[in-house]
Ligand binder design. Structure first.
Ligand code: NAD
Length: 445
């Protein structure tokens, strides 16, 4: 790919003013073409404007505004203390751009998941290569078209596996990947070949535990909202519910009431991205009809109604990330069993959701389930706060981003020591076998 080769020829870290003007240029393009971008995304997913603006466009503006406001401070070297061995020197940490950053993004939030990391990478002074998903074609096409004029610092490569492979084999310095765990492993292997640092934002089955003391109406409302948002095609969607055996009947009753209300109020139902993805979901439901608790019928093409069903850890639906508007309900007898169930489904989920009014429950689940993020009495909303790092752990990913955490991700934290000591006293020349023991206190404190 000639364009890629040319783009990755030479790199110079961008100055503060270059970074700001790049961010402003990016923002201006999106503001000018906002309506077209929203239409393209909605054509891929039949979304409502509300979902697209809230989940794709506003997070982009929020991220860019954050950096325009805070970049100067973020770029400042951070002074640190010295010790007797570094006496007379200045010690600081400086954030250096890596160089060429590749951002490989998925189809489920096809604009935001490419552009938000790009903002952080540009703010950190890098040049960026964006590879949007080949599945959300309308969005990819408009991204290619709109950002074409930014080739001085940003290149969009359209395509699938072959193009991603070319990017990975180009002269790149950092890879930021969002997608499935399966492809994440391929990306990590490829990065390992050349020791390229990387971030992996992967999937995972996020449990939602509804405890005794929870407000069932609040839990039901937020769960249904989380499952219906983007038709459940959200990496941090509540994947399944764990409820105490004795509370199941009452909770399911509340869930159905809230589901009916929300479904009746919703103006538009997001479609499943492709016929293949739609068929996969139908397959997961096959043979489960007797376990259905609630099923919303929708006549639109490639659109699945909200389906709530009873399940066990051995159900087919519990073996893979659902990524659709299907909500399995499992029961447990003790908090310990809830933890064991969660671990058996996915050791490190991307998110952990706990509905409870007990501090003890919060502490217990937080201590026993290590997840990328956690919400108590809510779902998904932690993603919306730029002051929180967003990312997975273990099976659900490596690294994090958003706001300051993006800046850290896309910068190498270089430790710098500047020795200004031209004095005669320099401790290292004074030490000998006799003194070393006596200086232990000063050298180790
Ligand atoms: P995917 O892994 O199939 O594709 C992601 C990207 O990788 C695409 O750009 C694709 O072109 C590229 N790709 C696919 N196969 C490849 C290969 N063999 N070699 C190199 N590149 C390849 O993911 P998807 O289906 O687009 O997205 C859904 C997945 O993404 C879900 O698992 C979801 O949980 C996850 N996801 C995670 C987050 C997060 O922030 N952690 C956010 C959204 C989606």
């Amino acid at each position: 790919m000639k364009e890629l080769k040319n783009f990755t020829q030479s790199f110079k870290p961008a100055s503060y003013s270059e970074r700001i003007s790049r961010l402003e240029e990016l923002k201006r393009i999106v503001e000018t073409h906002e309506a077209d971008i929203v239409t393209a995304i909605n054509n891929d997913l039949n979304r409502s404007n509300y979902e697209t603006l809230m989940a794709e466009i506003y997070p982009f503006y929020k991220e860019i505004n954050y950096f325009i406001k805070h970049l100067k401070v973020l770029m400042k070297p951070h002074k640190v203390k010295g010790n007797i061995a570094t006496f007379g020197s200045k010690n600081y940490i400086e954030k250096r751009p890596y160089g060429f950053v590749a951002v490989i993004s998925p189809w489920n939030y096809p604009f935001q998941l490419g552009l938000v990391p790009i903002v952080g990478a540009i703010a950190a002074g890098n040049k960026v290569i964006l590879k949007p998903s080949e599945i959300s074609t309308n969005t990819s096409n408009i991204i290619v078209k709109l950002f074409q004029p930014l080739q001085e610092f940003m290149l969009v490569v359209d395509g699938g596996v072959e193009e991603t492979t070319s990017i990975l084999n180009a002269n790149i310095d950092y890879v930021f990947f969002t997608g499935s765990t399966k492809v994440g492993k391929i990306i990590m292997k490829s990065c390992a070949e050349n020791l390229i640092p990387h971030t992996l934002e992967l999937g995972g089955k996020s449990p939602c535990i509804v405890e005794n003391s929870a407000n069932f109406t609040v839990a039901a409302k937020r769960l249904v909202w989380g499952k219906l948002f983007n038709a459940g095609q959200t990496c941090i969607a509540p994947d399944y519910v764990l409820v105490r055996e004795e509370n199941k009947e009452k909770f399911v009753e509340t869930l159905i009431t809230e589901a009916k209300k929300m479904v009746a109020k919703k103006e538009r139902f997001t479609k499943i991205i492709s016929q293949n993805h739609y068929n996969r979901l139908l397959q997961l439901l096959q043979g489960e009809e007797n376990n259905f608790i609630y099923q919303q019928k929708i006549e639109e093409e490639q659109t699945l109604g909200l389906t709530i069903l009873s399940a066990t850890k051995d159900s087919a639906i519990m073996k893979e990330e659902i990524f659709g508007p299907i909500l399995p309900i499992l029961t447990y007898k003790s908090a310990k069993e809830a933890v064991e169930l969660s671990h058996s489904v996915c050791k490190n989920p991307l998110s952990l959701y706990v509905f409870t009014n007990s501090k003890q429950d919060i502490n217990f689940y937080s201590k026993h389930i290590l997840s990328g993020g956690m919400c108590v009495n809510d779902v998904i909303m932690h993603f919306n706060n730029d002051y929180l790092p967003f990312g997975g752990v273990g099976q659900s990913g490596i690294g994090s981003y958003h706001g300051k955490y993006s800046f850290d991700t896309f910068s190498h934290a270089r430790s710098v020591l500047v020795n200004l000591n031209s004095l005669r006293f320099d401790v290292r020349y004074q030490i000998n076998d006799t003194l070393i023991g006596k200086l232990k206190y000063f050298l180790t404190k």
